[in-house]
Write a protein that binds this ligand. Structure first.
Ligand SMILES: Cc1cc2nc3c(=O)[nH]c(=O)nc-3n(C[C@H](O)[C@H](O)[C@H](O)COP(=O)(O)OP(=O)(O)OC[C@H]3O[C@@H](n4cnc5c(N)ncnc54)[C@H](O)[C@@H]3O)c2cc1C
Ligand SMILES: *[C@@H]1O[C@H](CO)[C@@H](O)[C@H](O)[C@H]1NC(C)=O
Ligand SMILES: *[C@@H]1O[C@H](CO)[C@@H](O)[C@H](O)[C@H]1NC(C)=O
Ligand SMILES: *[C@@H]1O[C@H](CO)[C@@H](O)[C@H](O)[C@H]1NC(C)=O
Ligand SMILES: *[C@@H]1O[C@H](CO)[C@@H](O)[C@H](O)[C@H]1NC(C)=O
Length: 613
């Protein structure tokens, strides 16, 4: 990003490089889609910025720099942080999750529901990446925009109209380097750090391909024109000009990666900023765990003045390489202007709580001295529900991916609620060694619920030890659960019906789940709504956690941030990452978080009269 100074006077008065190298203007904690681009933007605008990241830099490691190896990346011990999460308060229900993971005690995991005698229950794996670039370095790079109301709700809550969906578009334009459309398409960007590309959809032209037949039937079942599938397959999911949220539509899947297959992420942007001949004042400190934010509490309002760090690799116990008892040297680093916490939806609330910012009772339990009672820290955790309908076809189906965003009949609003993509793959959630491979005949429609109603999840401390992993309970389906389950079942039923159009030799499909067995056009007695609801209730998985330190209204005691990302009741402290979204931002949070990060840069720099050019 480039910057233009609104007033040379203001700029020369405020942009001073830190004289003492151990004191920075800004300290940013965490280099993912939230913190990484923000730190680069602040440095590019002339502010001395320290970016602290617990992991290392794998930008030159092909497992990470190539996008198609994303499953290997998410399994890789080089960066993996294992969070063993709960999906509910009911241990019996959670123990029905087929890929429940156990520690056998001999350095291996057992995955399944019949563990060896002495195995210790770990829970449901939720992998995250501790690495320069955060989870954008191991994710699948799938791009979609939030629903407009996911931005607009911030306007409603805070009165800050700069969050209107139409005004958020410019951040996509600013960060994108579009490689799949002709240059100059309105609403897209072509010189940002984030390459976007998509695959070849020409397979759809083959009318004999069973996947094309399925695609046509999906169109028919969702009110679209089966004769237009070739046109639909070219649909741009990031387009500015479509009446998006209220229209069922197909798209060719877009990923944050280049046409050369290379992953695009904050890692590229940070490295480009460091390598730039303009010598921007960015310092990156890797393999450093931030243990807390430091405050000056002598005034009436606490002021964030720096962070405490512990230096070393694999210090956090979520890291499978962590060795019990390992610690590193502890020291303090100071910020003249602000500390920005961007540790992601699990670590941001943990860092705030360890620093004394969070629910009073919880902090008291661990003898953490209270800086600011903010009961919303670690609450409101949300995530997309994901599940799938998976089968073995009678013969392999070769095709690209079909992506469809559509509304199921009972969705509470007129907005579409399900993002699905179908093809010959298997994705059933996370466990050490995921995914399963059922061979060339596997065929799946993955289902993402875009507007989950629950958001009753929590991130709570287990101890005051910053090397400890907090307890994470998503409380799936706690609010509006029956409705969301019904919507997932309806989506699965539509996909199953579409499959019956695949024709010979692909049919019949032997379904693996939710309804095991040969399911024809009329579902067997085993495939009731109840059976399928139970399946999704116990087997839904997630990896898009957000909203655990959310922006909210002035009069909402659960609000953690104001509309300028400032932690309420504290000076010099912001949160910029996926934790800030009040509601789950559509089906895929990575791109929305990078847009939010670009907005944060603009908001912060505006205070110095600097506007992005
Ligand atoms: C397996 C997987 C696949 C996914 N696939 C997709 C996808 O296809 N499309 C999509 O849109 N989204 C996907 N996501 C989600 C997406 O990647 C995340 O929502 C996004 O990365 C969130 O960005 P963030 O900046 O909030 O947090 P993160 O990306 O988690 O970044 C936080 C960073 O902070 C660092 N950190 C944390 N605590 C500390 C500390 N105490 N001290 C120092 N550093 C710290 C971490 O090491 C990490 O690098 C996927 C996620 C996972 C886990
Ligand atoms: C915002 O508030 C208006 C007026 O109350 C309401 O009609 C609209 O649905 C709200 N939008 C969101 C996204 O909450
Ligand atoms: C702490 O804040 C007080 C009052 O706001 C100020 O006078 C003092 O200089 C600050 N101390 C530090 C170490 O920043
Ligand atoms: C908190 O402090 C009290 C009093 O010093 C002590 O008894 C208690 O064990 C401490 N609790 C924790 C969790 O450290
Ligand atoms: C229905 O379930 C029964 C009992 O679990 C099983 O034996 C049978 O094969 C199933 N039928 C189908 C069509 O899946």
């Amino acid at each position: 990003m480039r910057y233009r100074l609104l007033s040379a006077f203001v700029a020369s008065a405020t942009i001073v490089l830190a004289a003492d190298p151990a004191v920075y203007d800004y300290i940013v904690v965490g280099s993912g889609p939230g913190g990484g681009p923000l730190a680069a933007d602040l440095a590019r605008a002339g502010f001395s910025t320290l970016l602290i990241e617990a992991g290392g830099d794998e930008g030159d490691n092909p497992t990470y720099s190539e996008l198609y190896t994303f499953n290997e990346a998410a399994n890789d011990e080089a960066t993996r942080w294992d969070f063993w999460v709960k999906h509910s308060d009911d241990p019996v229900r959670d123990l029905k999750f087929h890929h429940t993971t156990w520690d056998t005690g001999d350095g291996t995991f057992y995955v399944g529901l019949d563990p060896p005698e002495d195995a210790k229950l770990l829970g449901i794996q939720y992998p995250r990446a501790a690495v320069l670039g955060g989870c954008a370095m191991h994710n699948a790079g799938v791009c979609s925009l939030p629903q407009d109301d996911d931005w607009n709700i911030i306007v409603n809550k805070t009165g800050d109209t700069s969050w209107e969906a139409s005004k958020m578009r410019k951040y996509l334009e600013r960060i994108e380097k579009n490689e799949y459309l002709a240059t100059g398409v309105e609403g897209h960007g072509y010189d940002g750090y984030l390459a976007t590309s998509r695959g070849d959809a020409s397979w759809v032209k083959d009318e004999t391909n069973p996947a094309t037949k399925i695609f046509k039937k999906m169109a028919e079942l969702t009110g679209l024109d089966p004769n237009k599938v070739v046109e639909y397959a070219d649909g741009d999911i990031l387009a500015a000009d479509e009446p998006k949220d209220f229209t069922n539509a197909f798209y060719n899947m877009v990923q944050h990666g280049g046409r050369d297959g290379k992953r695009a992420s904050p890692n590229n942007y940070i490295r480009a900023t460091l390598a730039d001949p303009k010598k921007y004042p960015l310092t990156v400190k890797l393999q450093t765990l931030v243990t807390k934010v430091l405050f000056n509490t002598t005034g009436t309002v606490p002021q964030a003045i720096g962070v405490e760090i512990m230096e070393g690799a694999s210090l956090y116990r979520a890291d499978p390489k962590h060795k019990a008892g390992t610690k590193g040297p502890v020291s303090q680093i100071y910020a003249k202007k602000e500390v920005i916490v961007s540790g992601g939806a699990f670590n941001t609330p943990q860092i705030l709580k360890l620093s004394g910012v969070g629910p009073k009772e919880e902090l008291a339990k661990f003898n953490i001295s209270l800086v600011k009672d903010l009961p919303g820290v670690g609450a409101n955790l949300g995530d997309n529900y994901e599940g799938s309908i998976l089968a073995l076809a009678n013969s392999p189906i070769a095709s690209g991916l079909i992506t469809l965003l559509f509304r199921t009949p009972t969705a509470p609003t007129k907005k579409r609620n399900i993002f699905t993509w179908c093809g010959s793959f298997s994705f059933e959630g996370f466990w050490p060694g995921f995914p399963t491979d059922y061979g060339p005949k596997q065929y799946e429609c993955a289902l993402v619920h875009m507007a989950p109603k629950s958001q009753a999840g929590t991130v709570t401390l287990r101890s005051a030890d910053p090397q400890d992993v907090p307890e994470i309970n998503f409380r799936f389906f706690e609010n509006g659960g029956e409705e969301d389950l019904k919507e997932l079942v309806d989506a699965a039923n539509i996909m199953r019906e579409a499959w019956q159009a695949a024709g010979d030799p692909a049919l019949p499909f032997e379904e693996l789940h939710p309804c095991p067995g040969p399911q024809g056009a009329t579902r067997g007695a085993n495939c009731t709504e109840e059976v399928q609801k139970e399946y999704f209730k116990t087997q839904a998985y997630s990896h898009h956690a957000t909203s655990s330190a959310a922006i909210g209204a002035d009069d909402d005691p659960m609000a953690v941030l104001d509309s300028k990302f400032r932690v309420r009741g504290i000076n010099g402290l912001r949160v910029v990452d996926a934790s800030a979204f009040p509601v789950v931002p559509g089906a895929f949070p990575s791109l929305p978080t990078m847009m939010l990060s670009a907005k944060a840069a603009e908001v912060i720099l505006a205070e110095f009269g600097i506007v992005p050019s």
